[in-house]
Design a protein around this ligand. Sequence first.
Ligand code: CP
Length: 310
Amino acid sequence: MINEKPKSLLGLKDLTRLEIENILQQATLFKEIFNRPIKKVATLSNKVVVSLFYEPSTRTKASFDLALRMLGAGSLGFTPASSSVTKGETLIDTVKNLESMGVDAIIIRHGMGGAPHLVASNTNIPVVNAGDGFNEHPTQALLDMFTMIEEKGYIEGKKVAIIGDIMHSRVARSNIWGLTKCGAKVIVCGPPSLIPVGIESLGVTVTNNVEEAIEDADFINVLRVQLERQKGSFFPSTREYHREYGITAQRLKKAKSDAIIMHPGPMNRGVEISTEVADGPYNVILEQVRNGVAVRMAVLYMLLMRSKEI
Ligand code: CP
């Protein structure tokens, strides 16, 4: 169709189970490149992608950059603090200018939920959501799911406990959309003040009891307490949070002996997770980070080379 918008990855809410599984399958092929002496293919050698990070990032930004490099694409960095954003240029004007210079896709992280959707509706190139406000962080959930499949073979029927600040977590939302579509049993747990009202409507079980959440869980996905997003006091102190909800070795004695410990990072050691657990057996936290490169390669490849099939 003329003027048809290219495909974008804005959230897992928009994807079908098959589309999610196709991305994960493609990521498996790309992960194999890690084992090669020359970690590079020329698949996207004629493409240039700009990364607009309006919020700080270590893992997501670096892994998108690495993914682009390994696919042979050009990567254009953009730092709002040293751009004309500081002179009042709007987000839409910024992306329209970049598009007119010939960039082939936009990766965007923004503090405002819906910013990637706004960009996608005002450009004619693919947009990848690298995290928007409290809304979604689709590539994080995809790499979490990829890691789960690597660890246990499949997701269907597995129990996943998501523990922490559900209210302010885009990672939680994307995980819930993706995992429930793929047949996982998801239980969310945190202080009542950090559980959004009505979250059960997304197909999850809710508890405020961390022992109940981790009992029988195949995966325990520990979320960061997002102190910078909290506009108010949601619990008395980080020490109290750790005592009630922190994932510690003592607490894990009540979990399955082979439960896998996950965390999207960055971690607040001693708050939502103890150092003993973060560095202990059955944690796959750095494997998640490593898988992020393969998953982001798959997303970029599918959007830029197979735009009708994601
Ligand atoms: N997990 C995650 O999004 O980490 P960064 O904020 O470092 O990108």
